[in-house]
Write a protein that binds this ligand. Structure first.
Ligand code: T46
Length: 138
């Protein structure tokens, strides 16, 4: 599964903390879009899709959230609750985000502009796409 968790350096001084992220370096792609999700109500589950090409790094800069990442072969639940920890999610991985704390702010760095045609939003379509494009190309 093309995903991994990175810990970023925190610059701490008497004035507080600073985390710096640079594209093509700590973030393994050129950052073309930044968005953030917050104010998610208790019990809400988001995501339910995969991307054909998009690469992203998810950082919960405040609060906590759980991320389910899965392929037809494996699945894992990652808890993000540190502002210096990023979860990289590559293409062709199904994701769901849930258990947002009330104060959660989920920051996302993305490798491309928003493009609906890059999404696969139905799980059945994802399974078919995965068989054909991912397994089929191995
Ligand atoms: C992902 C997870 C982690 C835009 O207009 N521009 C944007 O850049 C994004 C991300 C969304 N939108 C619109 C599209 C929908 O009308 O905002 C609405 C909510 O988007 P969506 O339902 O896709 O949100 P999530 O939380 O399910 O998923 C988002 C990202 O879309 C997705 O790429 O991996 O966060």
């Amino acid at each position: 599964m093309k995903k991994n968790i990175s810990k970023y350096n925190i610059h701490t001084d008497k004035w507080g903390n600073l985390v710096a992220l640079e594209g093509n370096d700590l973030i393994p792609f050129h950052i073309r879009r930044v968005y953030y999700i917050y104010g998610v109500q208790k019990g809400v589950r988001r995501g339910f899709h995969s991307h054909k090409k998009l690469e992203q790094v998810l950082i919960c800069v405040h609060g906590s959230v759980k991320i389910l990442v899965k392929t037809p072969d494996e699945e894992e639940i990652v808890t993000l609750n540190k502002p210096n920890e990023g979860l990289y999610i590559g293409p062709n991985i199904w994701r769901e985000m849930y258990d947002f704390s009330e104060d959660a702010v989920l920051l996302v760095l993305a490798s491309a502009h928003y493009k609906e045609s890059d999404y696969i939003r139905k799980y059945d379509d994802y399974l078919k796409y995965y068989e054909k494009k991912v397994r089929g190309s191995k």
